[in-house]
Design a binder for this molecule. Structure first.
Ligand code: GDP
Ligand code: MG
Length: 598
């Protein structure tokens, strides 16, 4: 199939608008899979993705399509992750395409991530084909959604495709429009080679598998290649495409999308966004837009059983092979012992890694509350980054403390403007803008400290808007803030893993809340345990965990033995996530309690 008949495209959508279902229908129609192979939502491969209904890892599938004009076409469908934590990966996978299907739920309309994804697609100069999905729903309002697409995104929605991915309606039209509307890749096979890495993952047999799109020139098995950002060289051992099962090829050329292996040991050597060229005839300039990903959120990970420390290190090493944006370094906490301080792209990324460590490596974790990175300027003019609240310097030698702010975009029905603004104000947000999307829906923009987003912002937003709000954010910069470190003392001892940073205006309130909360969360011990919240050396709140009254088991003496066993088992179960700190036993929830403050 000649280059003019290649179409590289992606599907972009807000979560749940039907991207995966549509991808499945397209795979079915192009007979990419036999029925036996066809399983629901083929592109969402990892168990965790399937369970959470989100797409984490990108994939590229090659499809053959016989068009109505009699020609055969080669499609590459490139999947993108759907969550704000993975924006950069979305952007890179879109850079591998010339066009995108923009899927909008006919009953919901445009949501925050629809808009965020459209901007990324426009940044990458993609041809956008609007698809209004779920027209089978009783609440579908095609005219309203068309109007929104025109007003908010500013693209013509007259010829938007009306579809129901569920019922297979509109799929033929989508395939034809991919042929007619999306341009073929524009590079030249005789130019010096440039291939974009838009994803990479680690396979224990073959090393790193890089997902690539050849933008200029070509690549052959045996070629000596160079990564343009790191200058590292490797020899290509295998090339191929996904149909969707991997099929090896001797050569990939302009417009091809597929995989490459080259005995690369670590995904850090094949970074998403980097350009591959030939070591002998290198391209002069890499493809645009490479960005090193830096973590936005940090937390401590500690094994419940200290014997598992080495297992935890191995788990992190293994996960890092697959995820170059995961960062970690050894951390020692007086309270929790040996563990790791880990950096993540966002909260979802953090949850996914924690869950994988527990599931795939069977290590029980105590995790500390997530924290953002603070910038501290000292009186010596030195600027240091603090990602662990307990290490925040205090006192005379601190000139200024700065924290990261994000621009938050919130879309809601106009009935909820009041509650949304109230939450944003309470979260120290600064109003930026508000626009009506149509008579019923608005787009509200606020500048908010990232740390406040981390603290249950989205949960509050959802509950105050009955789940109607959609939300997206991007980092907007560091600003000075009046921040202080709050320490928590149990039984007179500072528990470093419970320290957190708080705005001075909220310090008193949060101190009181957390002292009360810990009193409830920490089980009674044999003795009375005072809880204190302090700033500097000043106690601002206190509470007391009363001593245990009597042995719980005594109730069962003489009673039925199975009930007693059950009680013991239940206690053991409950103990799993406890950590002895000094003489006090602290449950996992206590370390997260700061997240629920408001
Ligand atoms: P994604 O998050 O964008 O990948 O969305 P999914 O493809 O996972 O779909 C989200 C939900 O919407 C699933 O329960 C689908 O079954 C459902 N869905 C997808 N397309 C349609 C459609 O055309 N009509 C209806 N009624 N439901 C759909
Ligand atoms: Mg999906």
């Amino acid at each position: 199939i000649k280059k003019e008949n290649v179409r590289n495209f992606s599907i972009i959508a807000h979560i749940d608008h039907g991207k995966s279902t549509l991808a499945d229908r397209i795979l079915e129609k192009t007979k990419a899979l036999t029925d036996r192979e066809m399983k629901e939502q083929f592109l969402d491969a990892m168990d965790l993705e399937r369970e959470r209904g989100i797409t984490i890892k990108l994939n590229a599938v090659q499809l053959k399509y016989g068009a109505n004009n009699g020609d055969d076409y080669l499609f590459h469908l490139i999947d993108t992750p759907g969550h704000v934590d993975f924006t950069y990966e979305v952007s890179r996978s879109l850079a591998a395409c010339e066009g995108a299907l923009l899927v909008v739920d006919a009953a919901q309309g445009i949501e925050a991530q629809t808009l965020a994804n459209v901007y990324l697609a426009l940044d990458n100069d993609l041809e956008i084909i609007p698809v209004i999905n779920k027209i089978d729903l009783p609440g579908a309002d095609v005219e309203r959604v068309k109007q929104e697409i025109e007003d908010v995104i500013g693209i013509d929605a007259d010829d938007a495709i009306l579809a129901s991915a569920k019922d297979g309606v509109g799929i033929d039209e989508i395939l034809e429009r991919i042929v007619t509307d999306i341009p073929a890749p524009s590079g030249k096979s005789e130019n010096p080679t440039k291939a974009l890495i838009f994803d990479s993952l680690y396979d224990s047999y073959r090393g790193v598998i890089a997902y690539i799109c050849v933008k200029e020139g070509s690549l052959k098995v045996g070629d000596e290649i160079k990564m343009m950002q790191t200058d590292k060289t490797f020899q290509v051992s295998d090339l191929g495409v996904f149909t969707p099962n991997p099929v090896s090829k001797e050569e990939l050329t302009v417009g091809d999308v597929g995989f490459l292996t080259a005995s690369i040991k670590n995904v850090g050597d094949s970074r998403v966004g980097d350009t591959i060229t030939l070591a002998k005839q290198p391209a002069e300039e890499p493809l645009p837009g490479y960005k090193r990903l830096n973590p936005m959120v940090y937390c401590g990970l500690f094994p419940v059983e200290s014997d598992n420390y080495n297992d935890l290190r191995e788990a992190l090493e293994r996960l890092e092979l697959n995820d170059s944006s995961l960062q970690y370094e050894a951390e020692t906490s007086q309270a929790l012992g040996f563990g790791f301080r880990c950096g993540f792209l966002g909260l979802l990324h953090m949850e996914i890694i924690q869950e994988r460590i527990e599931r795939e490596f069977n290590i029980e974790l105590i995790t500390t509350a997530p924290s953002v990175i603070y910038e501290v300027e000292l009186t010596t003019d030195e600027v240091i980054n603090i990602e662990n609240p307990s290490l925040m310097p205090e006192g005379k030698n601190v000139k200024e403390v700065r924290e990261p702010f994000v621009q938050a975009t919130i879309m809601v029905p106009s009935d909820f403007i009041g509650p949304v603004m109230e939450i944003c104000e309470k979260k120290r947000g600064n109003y930026v803008d508000m626009q009506y999307l149509d008579e019923h829906r608005v787009n509200i923009v606020y500048d908010i400290p990232l740390s406040e987003i981390v603290y249950d912002f989205f949960d509050q937003l959802k509950s105050q808007t009955k789940g109607y709000a959609s939300f997206d954010y991007e980092l907007s910069g560091y600003r000075a803030s009046n921040l202080v470190k709050m320490d928590i003392l149990l039984n007179g001892e500072t528990i470093d893993a419970l320290s957190f940073i708080v705005h001075r205006d909220f310090a008193f309130h949060r101190g009181k809340q957390i002292a009360e909360k810990l009193k409830d969360l920490i089980p009674r011990q044999q003795f009375e345990v005072p809880v204190q919240a302090t700033i500097g050396n000043k106690v601002i709140a206190r509470s007391t965990i009363k001593a245990m009254r009597k042995n719980v088991l005594s109730k069962c003496y003489g009673g039925d033995i199975s009930r007693k066993r059950k009680l013991l088992e239940k206690q053991k179960e409950g103990k799993k996530r406890m950590k002895m700190v000094g003489k006090v036993e602290i449950p996992q929830e206590a370390f997260m309690s700061v997240l629920e403050m408001n």
